[in-house]
Design a protein around this ligand. Sequence first.
Ligand SMILES: NC(=O)c1ccc[n+]([C@@H]2O[C@H](COP(=O)([O-])OP(=O)(O)OC[C@H]3O[C@@H](n4cnc5c(N)ncnc54)[C@H](O)[C@@H]3O)[C@@H](O)[C@H]2O)c1
Length: 267
Amino acid sequence: MSFNLQSSKKLFIFLGKSLFSLLEAMIFALLPKPRKNVAGEIVLITGAGSGLGRLLALQFARLGSVLVLWDINKEGNEETCKMAREAGATRVHAYTCDCSQKEGVYRVADQVKKEVGDVSILINNAGIVTGKKFLDCPDELMEKSFDVNFKAHLWTYKAFLPAMIANDHGHLVCISSSAGLSGVNGLADYCASKFAAFGFAESVFVETFVQKQKGIKTTIVCPFFIKTGMFEGCTTGFLPLKTGLLIADYLGILHAMDGFVDQKKKL
Ligand SMILES: NC(=O)c1ccc[n+]([C@@H]2O[C@H](COP(=O)([O-])OP(=O)(O)OC[C@H]3O[C@@H](n4cnc5c(N)ncnc54)[C@H](O)[C@@H]3O)[C@@H](O)[C@H]2O)c1
């Protein structure tokens, strides 16, 4: 009997909280939400050498953040660094880092801590796609997808989350994908790695929530195809390809990370 009472009580609390969240979401869909001030925050972006990573770097530069840019592609990363300075960033630090290599991530993370300080916003954005049917995809490419798209997130969290917890201040951002929510033809390894990244980020979010680490925030972004070049030549059965691709600077990440940006630019 008392077990039933306990369960009913928990169910009512759950339903009450769900209703509250729904109302909150409806209100914030109509009213502008207070925006997060990211000036002075140390923002680390992986895969900053092109595409979304570069766009994010430029956006955070305009908002006065300290930028830490990681990419395996030194040239692309330095170009982003230069563009970020031109966009107004006064402190930009570029590091060449292969995020798929655990030891490399830990080594460069230590360097960042010494040279820049504690990262307060971590954006796991670096990603790759093999774009082959499962049985045509070589094992090492599938392993690489997991190393870059998912396992790199484990190592960066291990490196930077402890300081966020100690400071009770931090924001973890996972760039997953709509392919991290449902399976896609020809993208089995990519989808699996993006599901993994989503599940990992959500689980750590729950961990921080349960441990009442209120200063640690999480954002998980699941964009549809974006016109960055990553899915060049890809077609979708739902929308005409040319219009189906999202314009990165408008609908993609910047829209999803609404809380960070002060202006959405329509291309
Ligand atoms: N473009 C899309 O349609 C789309 C859709 C959903 C999600 N995403 C995700 O958004 C993120 C960014 O994608 P994008 O479209 O800007 O792609 P992109 O190819 O333009 O950029 C990816 C960046 O990651 C870097 N990178 C790759 N492997 C790396 C490694 N081992 N270590 C460090 N850096 C590495 C690349 O050099 C590149 O600069 C990815 O995680 C991608 O899966 C993209």
